[in-house]
Write a protein that binds this ligand. Sequence first.
Ligand SMILES: [Zn+2]
Length: 124
Amino acid sequence: MEEEIRLCPNCRRPVTGRADKRFCSDACRTMYNNRIYRRRYTELTRIDRILKKNHSIIERIYENGKRQTTFTELFGMGFNFNYLTSLRKNPDTAGSFIAGCYDYTYVIADDGSILIDRKKAIPL
Ligand SMILES: [Zn+2]
């Protein structure tokens, strides 16, 4: 039976030895896993940063006493609508959803207006 040539996922050199051996060396295994971890961590950090920026934008509006804004205004302030922390059906309006950004919620109406609310804080 012809043996299949396996390549190390880190350095692309052939791997010899046991059939379940994936990497050519422990150093390559460590390097590869560190790279995967770092890439994943970087991506999560990037998303965390977007969500926290969204939160500070919505908080700035809310703390100025405003409960209504527009899609255009939020977008103009750098709000990224692609990321949210929760989503549920709006019981008040069929077909619409209540999006969440941590302790804030917002509902986008068809005309682009947005209602902001804040979830009640859990008592300590
Ligand atoms: Zn290797």
